[in-house]
Design a protein around this ligand. Structure first.
Ligand code: NAP
Length: 246
């Protein structure tokens, strides 16, 4: 029997990350799911994935801390012996206009979104290089492509992820490792549930498809970019945004 592939998803226990995990589970992957919040019910999560019959490792780690990422990857390798796909999904917002933004709001967003992507990739890539294969999908945002007033910290982190993605695609192609990014628009998750109806109406007006996206619509593209179906695609940023950015 063919050995199951392994995907590691950061922030894989809710929102887009959870839908990504479900999609990979359906495709027969073993899962390594990361989270950071103390109150995460890992038993309920394991139950959630039971129907797929895959092995699921759920590990707490703050992606902004290099040593925690190192330990997370070591535990994943100890359990499964390899990581075929890394999805750098964990992310936060701390919005504010620049004249009011506290230094900590800038640092924290960069540390989790951008440095976290480095911390995880730096620890996973040596294993992929040794196997001479692998796929990395980084979750950016349309905000990293077109900017957004009140989100300069978030936009900087997400634009940074795009530069990081393209550089690694060039660097790692010789080792048969593909690196791509997905730039979601407005997706219905906890992250966007804080928006008022009025703000949402304004956003819909900028979206040709006139609705928010669903997390599974992002997950489908993440899976496609990790699969052999997309074997000639690397260094790309795919917008999943209902046509917001063209
Ligand atoms: P979400 O529902 O708020 O979930 C965020 C996830 O990130 C959670 O699983 C959370 O873990 C994890 N996380 C946060 N800080 C972390 C840390 N320091 N270490 C490890 N994990 C951490 O957000 P989402 O909407 O699914 O967003 C997922 C990704 O898509 C993010 O990178 C976000 O920027 C991006 N994105 C979202 C949208 C959107 O409209 N929703 C649009 C564009 C891009 P816990 O559950 O443990 O807190």
């Amino acid at each position: 029997m063919e050995e199951k592939k392994v995907v590691l998803v950061t922030g894989g226990t809710r929102g887009i990350g959870k839908k990504v995990a479900e999609r990979f589970a359906k495709e027969g992957y073993n899962l390594v799911l990361n989270y950071v919040s103390e109150n995460t019910d890992t038993n309920a999560l394991k139950e959630n994935f039971k129907e797929y019959g895959n092995e699921v490792l759920i590990l707490k780690a703050d992606v902004s801390k290099f040593d925690e990422c190192e330990n997370l990857v070591k535990e994943a390798i100890a359990k499964f012996g390899k990581i075929d796909v890394l999805v750098n999904n964990a992310g936060i917002t701390k919005d504010g206009l620049i004249a009011m933004m506290k230094e900590d709001a800038f640092d924290r967003v960069i540390d989790i979104n951008l440095k976290g992507t480095f911390n995880m990739t730096r620890n996973v890539v040596p294993y992929m290089m040794k196997k001479r294969c692998g796929n990395i999908v980084n979750i950016s945002s349309v905000v990293g492509v077109i900017g957004n007033a009140g989100q300069s910290n978030y936009a900087a982190s997400k634009a940074g992820i795009i530069g990081f993605t393209k550089s690694l695609a060039k660097e790692l192609s010789a080792r048969n490792i593909r690196v791509n990014a997905v730039a979601p628009g407005f997706i219905d998750t906890d992250m966007t549930s804080v928006l008022t109806d009025k703000v949402k109406e304004n956003i819909y007006a900028q979206i040709p498809l006139k609705r928010m996206g669903e997390a599974k619509e992002v997950a489908n593209v993440v899976y496609f970019l990790s699969d052999d179906e997309s074997s000639y695609i690397t260094g790309q940023v795919i917008n999943v945004d209902g046509g917001m950015v063209m």
